[in-house]
Design a protein around this ligand. Structure first.
Ligand code: SF4
Ligand code: SF4
Length: 157
């Protein structure tokens, strides 16, 4: 996927955030309090100016909890939702279970009124990503992983 396409994806979230209000005011910006060992996953071919680490064939931004807002990766823009895709490329927007430990919105997603514009943009981002073969494969892989985490969480309840 070209840089131009990521610019398009980023543009979807220039004026769309999880809530109409600033959710960071509720939790103190918990999702940006990670240390240098916690990274945000980059999508295939996603460019970044932030420090990057690689593990298991995946690239992660190691931001240390600081970035220029305009430089934040797609994973941060869609957080705490995720565009799960099925084998036919249909997108289902879900609360990302990887966000549960830090994000009250993700944990309480059933009761939270996400800004519908934000949810629509996450779906749109998923549809655009699903058109790219590498991103589609990546979304499918992550969708399976996240579904598994949800199943495990249910078992442990
Ligand atoms: S942790 Fe969740 S509620 Fe807090 S700033 Fe991040 S997205 Fe908003
Ligand atoms: S890259 Fe920026 S927005 Fe994303 S977690 Fe780090 S500080 Fe927060």
């Amino acid at each position: 996927m070209s840089k131009l396409s990521y610019d398009t994806l980023y543009g979807l979230f220039r004026d769309a955030t999880p809530l109409k209000a600033d959710c960071g005011a509720v939790c103190g910006g918990a999702c940006c309090k990670g240390d240098d060992t916690v990274g945000m996953l980059l999508f295939p071919g996603e460019p970044t100016t932030l420090p990057v680490a690689e593990a298991d064939g995946r690239r992660f931004v190691l931001c240390g909890g600081h970035c220029e807002r305009e430089a934040r990766p797609l994973a941060c823009r869609i957080f705490p939702l995720f565009p799960a895709v099925d084998e036919r490329g249909r997108v289902r927007v879900i609360a990302d279970p990887r966000a549960f430990p830090v994000c009250p919105l993700a944990r309480q997603a059933q009761n939270v009124r996400f800004d519908p514009r934000f949810t629509r943009r996450v779906r749109k981002a998923g549809r655009l990503l699903a058109k790219d073969p590498a991103c589609f494969a990546f979304l499918r892989e992550l969708t399976d992983e996240l579904d598994e985490i949800v199943r495990m969480n249910e078992l442990l309840q």
